[in-house]
Design a protein around this ligand. Structure first.
Ligand code: 6OD
Length: 469
């Protein structure tokens, strides 16, 4: 049974709830659900730790970040196992992406914070400079799709900037957060700096509305973000939201077609399409449209299906497969539930799916599905491609497949998205601004942008008296 981690100690309080293995649908573990009392204890523990943690020199906090990175390294296999048990991710992906990114997140923000200069402004007789103070206690609400990667992506900058935190992972994926709580304890991190509570959305709601919470960082759905925003509006708490996407990929006829097909397979089907950056709308220049669709559909049949996180989410994705048919789509491959004839048949799988034939105004092409599926449509001109890509309420990421240097820059700069990848997908430099426009979020994470969110500047202005000469 997973217990909360509050003030450096395990806390077994609140009703137990089950966590399912998406591969088989069986219960893998139980965790305690944080009730108002647990949430209050966690926030109080974070507040008690806040003053001393904020008072440490940034170099010392950076040292703690490096020690946490070392701790992750030493519990690498436990973290991989916990992540796989909760999500059903492939071993290779977890070993090479999720857990290494946890280490990289702590190491990167240790460097970025330790090397960051403050600002100074001079006017004649006036000197102003800024110092940055942490927000205080930050609520860190983490989704289920990349649980460890995204938890550490938020924790590292929040902590190094001098905040203490209360983390709530998704109810579907508490395992790696529980291992991380152990790592904090083993490293001797001061009690209360990191607190971890478990539970459903109701526990998250109690956390964000708690008056002792000074800021909220959230990655997840736009709908939940809107609820958080309304909840914190009265106290005008700072928020940082990285939300959904309906990401477009543009494939021009001057692309390297092999590379574009490989890239499309990766960007559509990685993690069963359950990454906010996955491509769900592909627009392909008409001269290569038929060949591209045929090749993508054939490759989709070779993709090893990955489970959806829950039965509810699987049914949601399947409802979009049904919607595509009812809206008149042609299904090139997939569209159903795979039959394995083994233990996976009780899991939450759907088939990798490729469809065509719908307008950009169809519900299928407007709503985020978050599954292994994309719609492919033809375009005739660069301008039309850009308009189609931008015809979305979302604006997180876009991919561009072309060998034209001018075109790459010209098109990339006109796309309404926070992130544009050219001839690649999900290639990361942790110092760059990361986030979306429109319904895809508010604010940016990454590098100094994260540090800016987790701290606020105080401007100190001194009038310098001129000496009498
Ligand atoms: O790689 C990252 O830093 C990041 N924030 C990924 C987000 C993925 C959302 O599903």
């Amino acid at each position: 049974m997973l217990t909360h981690f509050i003030g450096g100690l395990p806390v077994a309080a609140g009703n137990p709830f089950p966590v399912h293995d998406p591969v088989t649908g069986t219960v893998v573990r139980q965790a305690h659900e944080a009730d108002p009392e647990v949430v209050d204890r966690a926030v109080r523990a974070a507040r008690e730790a806040a003053r001393d943690w904020a008072a440490l020199p940034v170099g010392e906090r950076a040292g703690w970040m490096r020690r946490l990175a070392d701790g992750i390294e030493s519990r690498f296999d436990d973290l991989v196992a916990a992540e796989i048990a909760d999500t059903g991710k492939p071993y290779e992906q977890t070993r090479t992406l999720e857990v290494p990114r946890g280490i990289a997140n702590f190491r990167a923000f240790a460097e970025i914070a330790a090397q960051r200069p403050d600002e100074a402004f001079h006017l004649s007789g006036v000197l102003s400079y800024t110092v940055r103070r942490p927000l205080g206690v930050v609520a860190v609400i983490v989704p289920w799709n990349l649980p460890f990667l995204l938890m550490t992506w938020k924790l590292a900058p929040a902590l190094v900037a001098g905040n203490t935190v209360v983390v709530k992972p998704s109810e579907a994926t508490p395992g790696s957060a529980a291992v991380f709580a152990d790592i904090c304890a083993e490293a001797g991190l001061p009690p209360g700096v990191v607190n971890v509570i478990f539970g459903y959305g109701a526990s998250g709601q109690l956390l964000v509305e708690h008056p002792g919470v000074d800021g909220v960082t959230f990655t997840g759905s736009t709908r939940t973000a809107a609820t958080i925003m309304k909840t914190v509006a009265d106290r005008v708490k700072p928020i940082s939201f990285e939300l959904g996407g309906k990401n477009a990929g543009l494939v021009f006829d001057d692309c390297d077609l092999d590379r574009a097909v490989d890239g499309a397979v990766e960007s559509v089907f990685t993690n069963g399409g359950q990454v906010c950056l996955c491509t769900e709308r592909l627009y392909v220049q008409r001269s290569i449209f038929e060949e591209f669709c045929a090749r993508l559909a054939s490759r989709a049949q070779e993709v090893e299906p990955q489970p959806m996180i829950s039965l509810e989410h699987r049914d949601r994705v399947l409802s979009y497969y049904a919607l595509a048919r009812s809206e008149g789509a042609k299904v090139h491959t997939g569209g159903g539930v795979p039959a394995f004839n083994d233990h996976r048949d009780s899991g939450y799988f759907v088939e990798p799916t490729v469809v065509t034939g719908l307008s950009e105004w169809s519900r299928f092409n407007r709503e985020e599905i978050f599954g292994p599926v994309c719609h492919v449509a033809p375009f005739d001109s660069e301008t039309e491609a850009i308009d189609l890509a931008n015809s979305s309420d979302y604006g997180l990421a876009a991919t561009l497949w072309t060998t034209g240097l001018d075109r790459a820059h010209r098109v990339a700069q006109r796309l309404e998205a926070g992130l544009v990848w050219v001839n690649t997908w999900y290639l990361r430099d942790l110092r760059t601004p990361f986030g979306g426009v429109k319904l895809s979020g508010i604010g940016r994470e990454g590098g100094t942008q994260s540090l800016d969110f987790y701290s606020e500047p105080t401007t100190i202005t001194i009038k310098l008296e001129q000496p009498d000469v």
